[in-house]
Ligand binder design. Structure first.
Ligand code: GLN
Length: 499
């Protein structure tokens, strides 16, 4: 097997056994990226000097037998809204094109401490607003399973890069599904941790009460290992909780016998495509065979989740994005007086979806409408949260679809924002409630497009959720399916090396 085909856990073993060096691994992945990323456009920039510096440090420690973390020397890619000192953090936006953060995000500090070589920054919907990565100001990302389809969004670059084996690990952010939905569309694993489990310090804010950073990888085990590197208390993020992180490497293999799993009726019912529904039902049967007690669960307010999310997320975004005025960050338009500099900078710098959300957010917060929209949405948010509390009192874990359909075609939903928002129906309620969510591949559609099983747990109970996901992967082969990078024009030659 070629190194790119190995999981992060296997690569860590190879590195420790000195059968490959981290430096060689990084060069191997850069060469692969060079050849394949022109088809995908999953990376916005490479951070080559940093990758090699961290790889060399890892190699020294590995040679001395002094590796610290479980992933020492294993490469990772970062969504472009996560700050790495000295490198771009465009957030997929023209307005931040010239911006270079002067500090590292908390998660980047963690990666550096554990010497995971950072390969580059991945493409994304502008300011993480979108479900297809078509809202990137730098051009869209293609889905490695079918280049004519979207990879999901907004962490579409991270998901496509992992699925195409350009990197074993990546980080994304999830405000309303942006880790889970692209993981589902690209046939990989994505974890949205509980709100507060991972510090958001250095993550460019979209909607602060919903944003959370999390890992993407090809196996639950890899996600768990990376999560244990990231999680923990950080005083610089006032919402960071610092719950203790169990030894996930060990607890993953626990039997799932007796775990109570509820299939969320609303996540396998009306509006969910038949192939997706069937795949979730089949997954439930696998869990049952493994000894889980599978029953029915309900989240009765889930059908209010999309309007509630889009009111709250837009309101918070309109406030968070007020800082891009051409004075303190990034791009500045030439203009006459101060007000026209503000206006021109924002008019030129933001794309249409971001402008739409700023306007929506400003509207729902404006006097006279605040009570009718924003305050009401906050109340509905509480109802949604209670639904989760109740369902998770009766069940240890919940399962359902991640997205109503597999990956849709590029361009198909660009002219209809409401249809695009509808892609988030199964994911946004989890962010509103604050709990953790995991997506694991659970089958392919008749068109060979991946379908993802969503697993939801109690707040800060990532352990049990990962345990269930891992057990599912041990019992199934869905995650071993390989995308062809197939396009209508035909498969690029030599994509998968010698067969
Ligand atoms: N698709 C959702 C949106 O457009 C979620 C985005 C996200 O999680 N960052 O807002």
């Amino acid at each position: 097997m070629e190194p790119f085909e190995l999981t992060a856990a296997r690569l860590a073993q190879e590195l420790r056994a000195r059968r490959i060096s981290s430096h060689e691994l990084v060069e191997h992945l850069f060469a692969r990226m060079e050849r394949l990323d022109p088809y995908l456009h999953s990376f916005l920039c490479r951070t080559r000097p940093l990758a090699l510096q961290l790889a060399d440090e890892a190699d020294q420690r590995l040679a001395a037998g002094a590796a610290s973390g479980p992933l020492e020397g294993v490469p990772v890619a970062l969504k472009d809204n996560i700050s790495v000192a000295g490198f771009p953090a465009t957030c997929g936006s023209r307005i931040l094109e010239p911006y270079r953060p002067v500090f590292d995000a908390h998660v980047v500090e963690r990666l550096k401490e554990h010497r995971l070589p950072i390969l580059g920054k991945t493409n994304m919907d502008e300011f993480a607003m979108g479900s297809s990565t078509e809202n990137s100001a730098f051009g869209p990302v293609a889905n490695p399973w079918d280049l004519s389809r979207v990879p999901g969004g907004s962490s579409g670059g991270s998901a496509a890069a992992v699925a195409a084996r350009l990197t074993p690990l990546a980080l994304g952010s999830d405000t309303g599904g942006s880790i889970r939905q692209p993981a589902s569309f690209c046939g990989i694993v994505g974890l949205k941790p509980t709100y507060g489990a991972v510090s958001r310090y250095g993550l460019v804010a979209f909607a602060s009460s919903l944003d959370q950073i999390g890992p993407l990888a090809r196996t639950v085990e890899d996600c768990a290992l990376l999560y244990s590197v990231l999680a923990g208390k950080d005083p610089r993020d006032s919402t960071s909780v610092g719950a203790s992180v169990p030894d996930l490497g060990r607890s993953l293999d626990r039997p799932i016998k007796g775990l109570k799993v509820g299939i969320v009726r609303e996540m396998v019912g009306e509006g969910i495509g038949p192939e997706t529904r069937e795949a979730i039902r089949r997954a439930a049967r696998v869990l049952e065979e493994l000894g889980a007690i599978v029953g029915e669960a309900t989240l009765p307010h889930m059908h209010h989740a999309i309007p509630t999310y889009y009111i709250i997320a837009c309101a918070e975004a309109s406030s968070n994005l007020a800082r891009y005025d051409g004075v303190r960050y990034g791009r500045r338009a030439a203009g006459g007086d101060l007000i026209s500099v503000f206006e021109k900078t924002r008019a030129e710098g933001f794309g249409p979806e971001v402008k739409r959300r700023i306007m929506l957010g400003t509207f729902v917060l404006s006097s006279g409408y605040h009570d009718a929209y924003y305050s009401r949405a906050q109340k509905v948010r509480t109802l949604i949260k209670r639904d989760f509390q109740k369902a998770l009192e009766e069940h240890d874990l919940l399962i359902g679809a991640t997205s109503p359909t597999p990956a849709f075609r590029r361009g198909e939903r660009c002219d209809d924002p409401l249809q695009m928002y509808a892609a988030d129906v199964c994911t946004v309620s989890v962010n509103l409630a604050g709990g953790p969510g995991l997506v694991v591949p659970c089958g392919l559609s008749p068109d060979r497009l991946p379908i993802g099983l969503q697993i939801l747990g109690r707040p800060f109970d990532e352990e049990r959720m990962l345990n269930l996901g891992h057990a599912f992967q041990q019992a199934t082969n869905h995650h071993l399916e390989v995308p062809s990078l197939a396009s209508p024009e035909g498969e690029p030659e030599g994509v998968w090396g010698a067969k």
